[in-house]
Design a protein around this ligand. Structure first.
Ligand code: SR1
Ligand code: MG
Length: 401
């Protein structure tokens, strides 16, 4: 198949029948629903079977850029392996994997159309009280059971070797840790941010910290991380939370997943503050960020104690230091994510849709400032309240503007 082939809903139907997901007699109808940067995603349902599924098809290039950024289709295999692992430890928080074809680089999974993409509903100011507990549980289970702390050390090494994911890690290394910190062609910088961005690029202290965060991302294979845990990778409802799209998964620092999630909650907070929508919603987001960390850390520590693989080394001091290290990483990664979502290639609607321009500018300047300050203090961060204090300072600034 030519690499520039445009996939249609009919092609997806043929593929689903070839994969045996539907019988030859089923009449299929559906639509393309992908709004991602990498793949084709379709929802199809069978008239006779009454069943609907999602099919995700990797193509040999970065879809948002086109043929000029070639990419092997191996990301489908990474996503299938990650979904399988996550389903073993947190089945209630991932879509069920129905089928995977390595030859077609296609994954078929549960249709979650009863849920909404979290970024969109947060922009609308909707609240999901169960979300924080759900996602903390997902993080604790996936990060603990894939880490050495679980004692599954041989499995871990085998899986880590199979899931190195070099191409998608390279995208992250470029788009999160490199391009936003110099005048790269991929950046998309609003003219009015020019001065703030130039100042960021001149700040050698920030650049040094980003280097070490990037180095840790590249070398610290602590656990199987989702690798792209922003609010567009989460589907929510009042009673249910599912984490989707783990194609960026690899063995990396645990704090990367937590940091990306916190950053996206913070960006939504800044967006609502700049739009002067609802203080209650901002307070909800702040509480959510805090609860995610507190419940994650509590559950992770409990699993660690129960499993007791580390024996004599599992003291309360070591436990505290270890988790403090995860939070320090999370803070640094949250800073990098806030900056790249403001001036990098893949920006977020929490900021870009803010009108009028003056309010958007306030939110973007605050996102850059908070991102920078999160990066600056990350190695000495003590607790989640210190992380929130950085964001609070910039929230106060927005409210004054
Ligand atoms: C070109 S890919 C851009 C972004 O989309 C994905 O969701 C990741 O966040 C990646 O950085
Ligand atoms: Mg994605």
């Amino acid at each position: 198949m030519a690499s520039d082939k445009v996939w249609t809903v009919e092609d997806a139907g043929v593929l689903l029948k070839r994969m045996g997901v539907y019988g030859a007699e089923d009449s299929l109808a559906g639509e393309e629903i992908g709004d991602g940067n990498l793949n084709y995603v379709f929802r199809l349902s069978g008239k006779e079977s009454g069943r609907s599924v999602i099919i995700k098809k990797a193509v040999p290039f970065l879809r948002v850029v086109g043929d000029s950024w070639p990419l092997t289709e191996e990301r489908a295999s990474i996503e299938a392996q990650a979904l399988e692992f996550q389903a073993r430890v947190a089945p209630e928080h991932v879509p069920a994997l129905y089928a995977y074809s390595p030859d077609d680089h296609a994954i078929v999974m549960e249709d979650l159309s009863r849920l909404k993409v979290m970024r969109g509903v947060l922009n609308e100011g909707r609240q999901f009280p169960k979300f924080a507990g759900h996602v903390a549980h997902f993080l604790a289970q996936t990060l603990f059971w894939s880490s050495d702390r679980s004692g599954h050390i041989e499995d871990k090494k085998r899986r880590a070797a199979e899931m190195t994911n070099p191409e998608l890690c390279r995208i992250t290394e470029a788009l999160i840790f490199t391009d936003p910190f110099y005048n790269a062609q991929t950046n998309r910088i609003e003219g009015y941010l020019g001065e703030a961005v130039e100042a960021l690029w001149r700040d050698s202290h920030v650049l040094e910290r980003v280097f070490f965060l990037k180095d840790r991302f590249m070398t610290a294979g602590q656990a199987l991380v989702h690798g792209d845990l922003h609010t567009g990778s989460i589907m929510v409802g009042a009673e249910e939370t599912r984490v989707i799209d783990p194609e960026f998964a690899f063995y990396g620092p645990m704090g990367f997943d937590i940091g990306l999630l916190l950053a996206n909650l913070f960006l939504n907070m800044l967006g609502h503050a700049a739009r002067k929508t609802s203080k209650a919603h901002i307070e909800y987001l702040r509480r959510t960020a805090q609860t995610v960390w507190v419940q994650f850390a509590g559950e992770f520590a409990a699993l660690w104690r129960e499993t007791s693989y580390d024996g004599i080394f599992h003291t309360s001091e070591i436990e505290r230091t270890y988790l403090r290290g995860v939070l320090r990483d999370a803070r640094g990664y949250a800073g990098c994510e806030m900056i790249r979502r403001t001036i990098g290639l893949a920006q977020v609607s929490d900021l870009t849709l803010i009108e009028p321009e003056g309010s958007r500018r306030n939110a973007q300047e605050a996102a850059l400032g908070a991102g920078r300050d999160l990066i600056k203090g990350y190695e000495t961060n003590e607790d989640i309240d210190s992380v929130l204090a950085v964001v609070d300072r910039w929230m106060t600034d927005i409210e004054r503007w």
